[in-house]
Ligand binder design. Structure first.
Ligand SMILES: [Zn+2]
Ligand SMILES: [Zn+2]
Length: 369
């Protein structure tokens, strides 16, 4: 495809070697990537493909393993470039074992801890039988997959909690980015924030199936995804996704896809735009039907706005000129007309006069101003 129908800038004197530079913009080059979150019920499995190279991240639980293997075969895959076991809990690793038995694999990646389970034993036996070793990359390690760059975000260290040992990845394809964190919880999320690696992303696979122990406010604010994907089983016994997590996503106006409601979720990136096999369901209901326990301020922004506009009306009777008040987020560089414009945590938003905001260097939010 490249080079056909494109014009080239040729800069060379006669007789000199000709240096050809394509004049097409970078984003028009061959940045193809598909990011598929498979419906494995309660568990996680996702397949990333770019330019014929494949990465499998987790494979779901025992009952999903054969589905994952047959899905890969239907995709025409005959070898996997990377297989990542996020951590060694059964709802992630069983299908990994299935895939290792079904396909030749180049690089196997997993966290450096030992899980006391038969499934883990089976995983290590399988890896050994292939004559392979599991790589334990440090944070900041990068890999290439087709046109995409992959950066390891976690684990920063091995701890007692299996979930917090999850290998987290940021996958960048041109201008598009995806983050998956396995079952990483608040502790590991905080370390990802502290790593200094840019964790802003377009797409976030919500950690630990939407459990309340993952997706801290700090993490969701730093990643500010446009899209969230939740992988969980319909009617699962854990109540995933948790109401608190769903309230955060809703108040940030993040579009949501869910495998329990929509089956396989497939994103396609051309390096500039991301398209989807289904529309976001934007179903913010919790797995157990409960309501969240977040402070009212996190959600009742509309009523807050109503109240404040009422008080403005009341004070309009006073002859004193009213100073215009704007909202600042805890970390951002913009001022906002409301405390929850979708790119900030309403819990930590504070009010300030617009004059002070401008004099302190804040700029108007493009979304709400
Ligand atoms: Zn899990
Ligand atoms: Zn887990």
């Amino acid at each position: 495809m490249l080079g056909i129908g494109c014009s080239f800038n040729v800069e060379a004197a006669p007789g000199q070697a000709v240096k050809i530079q394509p004049s097409i913009p970078e984003e028009a080059q061959d940045y193809g990537l598909t990011f598929s979150v498979l419906d494995v019920g309660q568990g996680l499995s996702l397949l990333v493909e770019s330019n014929g190279e494949y990465l499998l991240y987790d494979g779901g639980d025992r009952y999903a393993s054969s589905y994952v293997v047959s899905y890969l075969k239907n995709e025409g895959i005959d070898q996997l470039d990377y297989v990542v076991a996020s951590h060694y809990d059964s709802d992630h690793i069983n299908g990994v074992i299935g895939a290792l038995n079904a396909f030749p694999v180049d690089t196997i990646i997993g966290p450096d801890y030992i899980h006391d389970s038969q499934t883990y034993q089976s995983f290590t036996n399988t890896v050994a039988s292939l004559g392979k070793e599991v790589e334990h990359p440090v944070v900041g390690t990068t890999y290439e997959l087709g046109s995409a760059d992959i950066t390891v975000l976690a684990p920063a260290e091995i701890v007692d909690d299996s979930n917090d040992n999850s290998v987290a990845l940021k996958i960048e394809n041109g201008e598009n980015s995806f983050i998956v964190t396995g079952d990483a919880e608040y502790t590991s999320e905080a370390k990802m924030l502290a790593s200094g690696i840019d964790i802003d992303t377009d797409v976030l696979v919500i950690g630990h199936h939407g459990s309340a122990s993952s997706t801290s406010w700090d993490f969701i604010e730093a990643t500010t995804p446009e899209y969230a994907i939740i992988s969980c089983g319909e009617g699962n016994s854990y109540g995933h996704p948790d109401a608190d997590t769903m309230e955060k996503l809703e108040s940030m106006e993040i579009s949501v896809f869910r495998t329990d409601k929509q089956g396989n979720i497939i994103a396609t990136s051309d390096g500039t735009d991301i398209t989807w096999n289904v529309e976001p369901c934007n179903d913010y209901s919790s797995g157990d039907g409960s309501l969240g326990t977040l402070p009212a301020g996190a959600l009742s922004a509309e009523s807050v706005n109503t109240e404040s506009s009422t008080s403005v009306l009341t004070s309009a009777n006073n002859t004193q000129p009213k100073e215009q008040i704007v909202w600042l987020s805890a970390t951002g560089s913009k001022y906002h007309s409301k405390p929850d414009c979708g790119t900030m945590n309403p819990d930590t938003a504070r009010q300030i006069s617009i004059d002070d905001a401008i004099s302190q260097g804040y700029e108007p939010c493009e979304k709400c101003y």
